[in-house]
Design a protein around this ligand. Structure first.
Ligand SMILES: [Zn+2]
Length: 356
């Protein structure tokens, strides 16, 4: 500024505004983020032209300052607003540049992910079973894999000399006879009955353990236990439930049947069979030409079991059933060697779906 009067400051402000308008006119057709930023610094930066005007106000006479401040602020607002518009334009320009440079072809084939995981057949079968049993009104519960003899044997009416307690079958913990790796999921029956009052409708899947290892047995295997306790529960209810869930998994056209058998914790007890899933009852290698497959055990809950959990066996009746999840999965997916189920072979496992 040549002198410190308001007239010269106003003249200077007009000159700055004219320069600014001319600069804007130069880039407004094609503003880039860089050119807009340079313009912003040139006018609004700490050493910019608008800032210099603000600085010049300090040398004015006191009474001139309000009028000068108004004029300079007015200019600053004009500059700020013009630059904001330019920034928007510049961003649009930049986006357009990107779109022009790398056109996106949505029809290009994607690189398929080939290394995804899959669900283990036992997991698939467990989920299927739980879905069907929930549909039938059952609640799913869990129980301990290491348990006291009471829950695994005594309360389930296994007499002290029952062969299942023999060292050949049972893994004992710490060599003490009182704690075992559960040999079946039936221990959950006792836990669930002690923790709840009838009516009960429960299924419990889980790992079980026996000292047994050959072509058709592994020391660890999966079972699912189910039971109902209520008033007036009959064998008919039991056969209905078994029939319903097996048909839901393997097909409505297959028949089921029950044969008498013995388990300490049920009376009467039975085993249930499903028509062969492979030959549909005609007879083949899988069913040893019988047309039937053994699936699991079942029966009406023994009064001694109700006594162990202090249920009134005059008032309540119930049925229980249990079977191997591994075997059901093998039948469903056509797996013929049980060991494949636990070897963790990636090639074998990758054949199964990701979803249940
Ligand atoms: Zn068959």
């Amino acid at each position: 500024m040549t002198d410190n009067t308001i007239a010269s400051l106003e003249k200077e402000a007009t000159s700055v505004e004219n320069q600014f308008q001319s600069n804007v006119a130069n880039i407004t057709a094609n503003p880039t983020p860089k050119s807009v930023d340079e313009l912003r610094i040139a006018y609004l930066g700490r050493k910019g032209k608008v800032s210099a005007l603000m600085e010049g106000m300090r040398h004015l006479a006191k009474e001139d300052r309000p009028a000068a401040g108004k004029a300079v602020n007015n200019l600053r607002q004009k500059v700020e607003s013009a630059i904001e518009d330019l920034i928007i334009k510049a961003n649009e320009w930049q986006l357009q540049q990107k779109l022009n440079q790398s056109p996106l072809d949505v029809t290009l084939p994607v690189k398929t992910q080939t290394n995804t995981g899959s669900l283990h057949p036992v997991t698939l079968m467990r989920r299927t079973l739980l879905r069907e049993f929930r549909r039938l009104g059952f609640t799913v519960v869990d129980g301990p894999e290491v348990d006291l003899d009471f829950y695994n044997f005594s309360a389930l009416n296994f007499k002290d000399d029952h062969p299942a307690r023999d060292m050949q079958d049972t893994f004992f913990i710490d060599g003490r006879d009182k704690t075992v790796l559960r040999t079946h999921t039936s221990n959950i029956q006792i836990h669930a009955m002690l923790e709840n009052s009838p009516p009960l409708r429960v299924v419990a899947p889980g790992r079980t353990y026996r000292c047994d290892s050959d072509l058709t047995h592994t020391p660890m295997f999966h079972q699912i236990e189910g039971f109902i306790v209520d008033e007036r529960i009959t064998m008919g209810d039991m056969k209905g439930v078994i029939d319903k869930f097996l048909k839901a998994i393997y097909g409505e056209d297959l028949s089921t049947r029950v044969r008498p058998s013995y388990f300490p914790f049920v009376e009467p007890g039975g085993e249930f069979d499903l028509q062969c899933v492979k030959c549909r009852g005609k007879g083949c290698r899988i069913c040893s030409k019988t047309g039937w497959l053994e699936i699991g055990g079942m029966g009406m809950i023994h009064p001694n079991v109700f006594e162990a959990v202090s249920y009134d066996s005059e008032k309540y009746t119930g049925f229980a059933f249990g079977f191997g999840i591994d075997r059901l999965a093998m039948l469903k997916y056509g797996v013929t060697d049980l060991r494949l189920m636990f070897e963790g072979n990636k090639q074998f496992l990758s054949q199964f779906p990701i979803h249940s």
